[in-house]
Write a protein that binds this ligand. Structure first.
Ligand SMILES: [Zn+2]
Length: 312
């Protein structure tokens, strides 16, 4: 296990991360520059240079720094924008407590898929990650946890052999050190460039979680927008406690595919976190800004009841 200490600075928040996390390729979020005000020079000086973001839900123009400070949640309508893995980890763990694992693990090209190595290299450069998940041990409140956080900006958060291997190692460390596991998912599914090697990760991660469960340790899954396909069909659907962010789209196949296959109208709100809460797939919807406090609260209870169960 690599023991690179994660300070705020080494997370790259100041130096590496762009001012605004790039939206997923299929996102309807539109990032636009504030129009130039050429009518008055004095007025022009008052407005700082920078990116402005239009909220896709309420159309308010949001200043990127304020949006960052608000954990990428619209200040007006509470729409949850995509957020990078580093920022998310920083918002959850105690300062300097996160020790990243396997940061250098990088994908091979097992199928010799045309242009896959170039694609990986390009995403590594644009995101600063080696692959689509960051894993490590950190403290949330008083609790040490094994934490895995996916990042959609790396090839749509797709799960190839590196994502599967990093998560499996994380869960195994969690089991051996008797730590709760928390995995925050955002993914379009298994990575097609690695074919069957990607699909194998579904069984591998769930196998590791099986051993973790046998040790009577809690696993909390947090589903964020979007979580689909092979990821939803494996480790993202077998939590002891199942949380989601507001408005997250969650499912196996997308709504259009289901609609075409079943030739029927889908109910309103189909595949949203709110719909799935009503139908029992998830236990609670937790706004991003409340996530840390709620995790501490849940861990307090889960670890306390575990201690009582072991004692009993
Ligand atoms: Zn809004």
């Amino acid at each position: 296990m690599a023991t690179t200490s994660f300070t705020k600075k080494s997370l790259g928040l100041e130096s590496v991360e762009p001012a605004v996390t790039p939206p997923p390729p299929n996102s309807n979020t539109s990032f636009v520059k504030k129009p130039k005000l050429s009518s008055s020079k004095a007025r022009k000086k008052e407005i700082p240079e920078g990116l402005w973001v239009k909220c896709p839900k309420c159309s308010t123009m949001l200043y990127d720094k304020e949006l960052d400070e608000n954990l990428k949640v619209c200040m007006k309508c509470h729409h949850h924008f995509p957020i990078g893995a580093r920022e998310r980890i920083h918002s959850l763990v105690e300062t300097c407590s996160f020790e990243e694992m396997d940061a250098q693990l990088s994908s091979m090209d097992p199928l010799q898929f045309p242009s896959y190595p170039e694609k990986i290299e390009s995403y590594q450069k644009s995101t600063g990650f080696k692959d689509a998940v960051v894993t490590g041990i950190g403290k949330i409140g008083p609790h040490r946890v094994a934490l895995g956080v996916m990042d959609f900006s790396f090839l749509g958060g797709s799960m190839g052999s590196v994502v599967g291997e990093k998560l499996t190692r994380l869960i195994e460390v969690g089991t051996s050190k008797a730590l709760p596991v928390i995995i925050i998912s955002t993914s379009g599914g298994a990575r097609m460039y690695e074919g069957m090697f990607s699909l194998m990760q579904m069984a591998k991660t769930c196998g590791a979680l099986g051993y973790h469960a046998q040790a009577k340790l809690p696993y909390i899954r947090i589903l964020t927008h979007p979580t689909y396909a092979g990821v939803m069909a494996s480790f993202a659907s077998v939590g002891d406690l199942n949380l989601a962010e507001p408005g997250a789209m969650i499912g196996f196949a997308g709504p259009r595919v289901i609609k075409d296959t079943t030739q029927s109208e889908l109910p309103p709100g189909f595949q949203t976190a709110e719909f799935l809460l009503d139908h029992g797939l998830i236990d609670a919807i937790v706004p991003r800004r409340e996530m840390k406090d709620r995790l501490v609260f849940y861990l307090d209870h889960m670890l306390d009841s575990r201690t009582q169960a072991v004692a009993g």
